[in-house]
Design a binder for this molecule. Structure first.
Ligand code: GDP
Ligand code: MG
Length: 139
């Protein structure tokens, strides 16, 4: 059954550049309600576990280094068709391929430093949300 929640992170590059406010504004204006949110920093072990599906990829070490180098904003978002609609809002992994007006087109620097994460399925949205938040932090 499709759920109405997805999980996002504003990644270290977006936080470093001061884009938190602009990106959250765009997310809210696109009809997503914030269910949970915090500024946090992933440890190496956190990032290796969160991105375990990519651990055989050549860029895995670089990905872990990038995702742990500074704080991120982790959030759970609610909207009808949340997972798919949020992936549309953020755009393609590589900002060079992302549609005009998408968050990655506007704020990402490269395929590696691409500003924002969005869950790719309802199952992963639930797993990733539970990775970062306890039930008491969801509203
Ligand atoms: P996403 O679901 O659109 O975030 O993309 P993937 O699940 O394929 O990859 C996860 C993350 O790994 C991306 O968001 C990028 O930060 C990073 N990444 C993906 N592909 C590459 C790549 O070819 N090179 C590097 N350096 N990083 C990548
Ligand atoms: Mg992915």
């Amino acid at each position: 059954m499709a759920t109405n929640r997805t999980f996002t992170m504003l990644k270290p590059d977006a936080v470093e550049k001061g884009h938190i406010g602009a990106i959250l504004e765009k997310i809210s204006a696109s009809g997503f309600r914030i269910v949970a949110m915090k500024l946090t920093q992933m440890t190496k072990a956190d990032a290796e576990a969160f991105y375990a599906i990519h651990n055989e990829r050549p860029f895995f070490g670089e990905l872990v280094e990038y995702m742990t180098r500074g704080p991120i904003v982790a959030a759970i978002l609610e909207k009808d068709n949340a997972v798919e609609d949020f992936r549309t809002l953020i755009g393609a992994t590589n900002p060079a391929d992302a549609a005009e007006g998408t968050i990655r087109k506007m704020y990402a620097v490269s395929i590696s430093e691409n500003a924002v994460h969005g869950s790719d399925s309802d199952g992963n949205a639930a797993i990733e949300s539970a990775f970062h938040f306890s039930g008491r932090e969801m509203f």
